[in-house]
Design a protein around this ligand. Structure first.
Ligand code: GLN
Length: 454
């Protein structure tokens, strides 16, 4: 009830929700109350969650914030959200995002930008919440839900978490099922939680995770009780500090934040070691080949026949062309064109194959340091604090927007887990985050080390 009134009062300003399921939420909450009163109920009984619009929710608005999925309501429920409902969670509604999760500012949404709750009242200087899970991060940060689902293909959980002062974890690839999550770049996509504390994120991730035969890349591994790892501490852990993440022109306050994080971990008994991940500088360009390539293939299904929007054409080709021209936004079209180009005969070897080779090298960089005794890696989460809505530089040059992902894409390319935790503020009082990168399926260490920093 309190959250539903908060949404009624706060959403018009922030634009975090694209659909609110108030009636179902009230009914579910009542059922949860009854269970709790009877001493029953699951680990998330009655906890009100927001769900990113990328997750299929049966009979409920699921449009990946795109015009092309107009009025689409799936007949099925994603595995991750099914897991959450099994454990008693309650859905408040669907959260805004960049269209098809393509973006770093939540400005590519068909529903318009999400406003970062930090400085939301200053109407001349409103900020982006990051993206693509901008609605999730803004809703959690402003108490419009207790926690939210999100997805991360190149940073879309961690970057918005960092820009809103919340906690976000991208689990190891294969930990959460992708079944029923609208695909962007299938070999990189992972679901995860955004929450207000490391502990909340750990509790929610325990529910979201688990083997699913319906996703061929889902991994059949037992899910630990992540919350039990939160207070484990960092004594005896070796934390790597990769020198290649010290980018040219890195703002002094990001460097200072990083040093502060190092000091906190040392004070709790961790050993800190300088490490090298030599292929880091190729990660961003390689990501912006692999991700659009997969996206161009995944988005081929939106043809005006099977889902959502359908424009009338004089024949079937005309129908396809008109629907796709009308239904996809500019950034999505840019990705489809890049992806089609790098996969086309004659360019395939020079771009796509080359990018896949780079991906292997990036993965190997991490394997070498982890095999050498490093338990986790500490880096900044983003190159800056939240920037202004409608930033002219980023509008004029998409590569400037892509640079926001410089610290996060390596993790997806290598399939590793990564957590962003709030670690301080910039000179203007805006939140800044640090990122911890872990070994495959060792999210527990990230929760323990993240808890020391938050
Ligand atoms: N910002 C990156 C992109 O636009 C990552 C998005 C994501 O993780 N979904 O591709």
């Amino acid at each position: 009830g309190a959250y539903l009134s908060a949404i009624e009062g706060g959403n018009a300003k922030l634009n975090a929700y694209v659909a609110v399921t108030a009636e179902q939420a009230s009914a579910q909450a009542k059922a949860s109350d009854a269970k709790l009163a009877a001493g029953q109920g699951g680990p998330l009984e009655g906890i009100p969650l927001g769900i990113k619009d990328l997750f299929a929710t049966k009979g409920v608005h699921t449009q990946a914030a795109s015009h092309i999925l107009d009025s689409f309501k799936p007949e099925y429920e994603s595995s991750v959200t099914s897991n959450l409902w099994r454990d008693g969670a309650v859905m408040l509604g669907k959260l805004n995002m960049d269209e098809f999760a393509m973006g770093s500012s939540n400005e590519t949404s068909y529903y318009g930008p999400v406003i970062n709750p930090w400085r939301a009242n200053n109407s001349n200087a409103q900020l982006v919440p990051g993206g693509s899970s901008g609605g999730s991060a803004a809703a959690v940060s402003s108490w419009l839900c207790a926690a939210a689902t999100a997805t991360d293909t190149g940073g879309s959980i961690r970057q918005p978490a960092a820009l809103t002062g919340t906690v976000g974890i991208k689990p190891t690839y294969g930990r959460c099922s992708r079944w029923g999550v609208v695909a962007f770049a299938s070999s990189l996509d992972q679901a995860g939680p955004i929450a207000r504390t490391v502990e909340d994120a750990a509790i929610m991730m325990t529910s979201m995770s688990g083997f699913d035969p319906k996703d061929s890349t889902s991994v059949d591994l037992a899910v630990p009780d992540f919350a039990a790892a939160v207070e484990r501490g960092v004594k005896g852990l070796v934390i790597g500090i990769p020198r290649e993440y010290r980018m040219d022109g890195m703002p002094a306050e990001i460097e200072a934040l990083w040093q502060q994080g190092i000091a906190w971990l040392k004070a709790e008994g961790a050993t800190v070691r300088d490490i090298s991940l030599p292929h880091t500088k190729y990660a961003l360009p390689a990501y912006y080949i692999v991700a659009p390539a997969e996206a161009s293939s995944n988005l081929a299904r939106y043809d005006g026949v099977k889902y959502g929007l359908r424009d009338t054409g004089k024949d079937i080709t005309d129908l396809y062309e008109l629907t796709r021209a009308d239904g996809f936004g500019r950034e999505v079209k840019r990705r489809i064109m890049i992806g089609t180009y790098v996969l086309s005969a004659g360019y395939y070897d020079a771009y796509y194959v080359q990018a896949q080779k780079v991906r292997t090298l990036i993965k190997r960089d991490f394997e070498i340091v982890f095999n050498d005794g490093v338990d986790a890696i500490l880096t900044p989460a983003t190159p800056s604090a939240a920037f202004g809505i409608g930033d002219e530089d980023m509008k004029a040059d998409p590569v400037k927007m892509y640079l926001n992902d410089v610290f996060t894409v390596t993790v997806n390319m290598a399939g590793l887990p990564g957590i962003a935790v709030p670690a301080g503020k910039d000179g203007a009082g805006l939140p800044l985050g640090l990122q911890l990168i872990g070994k495959p399926f060792d999210e527990e260490t990230l929760f323990a080390a993240g808890r020391v920093i938050e």
